[in-house]
Design a binder for this molecule. Structure first.
Ligand code: AMP
Length: 193
């Protein structure tokens, strides 16, 4: 089963992806985590991505599409994967469709975790306050968050109608508790089998 979790930064995609990974044996593919690992390793991609990420902008579609195309070929994705943070633009969604078709794979569900932006800002501010300074992500600041939300509205939200038109978009209420969101996702995935 291959699924996409969509939603703005702080919606809980990572938390839900981790629980799906442990309960369903699907592999979480977080492009944000992959990029942070590339930055930490000092690789060429990491050096290119760092400033873009710190500013809350998006890394180029070309880099991201290549990164995911290579990743989903790995054996740990054979039972299925959860895309967390990809696609983030319509061209990424189109490229994903093409690469899945080439590999004879399909998307089983695209799940939007819908949240209220004001609450989101509070959540992220709490996360920043509770994380020791040396463990904070470079992009975890109130200003960068505003930028990331704007980027979500402008560049990522247009993906929603793209998948709605294809009949595979489902929406869950991300303002519910973590367990309730997990149950709602579970219900959707049971229907999608
Ligand atoms: P995330 O951990 O998903 O919030 O991602 C952190 C940052 O990595 C984002 O703000 C972007 O700069 C970059 N990033 C992650 N995924 C993508 C993607 N699919 N396309 C472009 N940039 C991305």
């Amino acid at each position: 089963m291959n699924i996409i979790l969509l939603g703005p930064p702080g919606a809980g995609k990572g938390t839900q992806a981790k629980s799906l990974e442990s309960e369903r044996g699907l592999k979480q593919l977080s492009t944000g985590d992959m990029l942070r690992a590339a930055v930490a390793s000092g690789s060429a991609i990491g050096r290119q991505a760092q400033d873009v990420m710190d500013a809350g902008h998006l890394v180029s579609d070309d880099i991201m599409v290549r990164m995911i195309a290579e990743r989903i070929e790995q054996p740990d994705c054979a039972h299925g994967f959860i895309l967390d943070g990809f696609p983030r633009t319509v061209p990424q969604a189109e490229a994903l469709d093409r690469m899945l078709a080439e590999k004879n794979k399909q998307l089983d569900a695209v799940i939007e975790i819908r949240v209220d932006e004001a609450v989101l800002i509070e959540r992220i501010e709490t996360r920043i306050a509770q994380t020791p300074e040396d463990e904070r992500r470079a992009d975890d600041s109130a200003e960068t968050l505003e930028k990331r939300l704007e980027v979500y509205r402008d560049q990522t939200a247009p993906i929603l109608p793209y998948y709605r038109e294809r009949g595979i978009l489902r929406t869950v209420d991300g303002m519910a508790s973590i367990d309730e969101v997990a149950m709602a996702i579970d219900g959707i995935l049971k229907e999608s089998v």
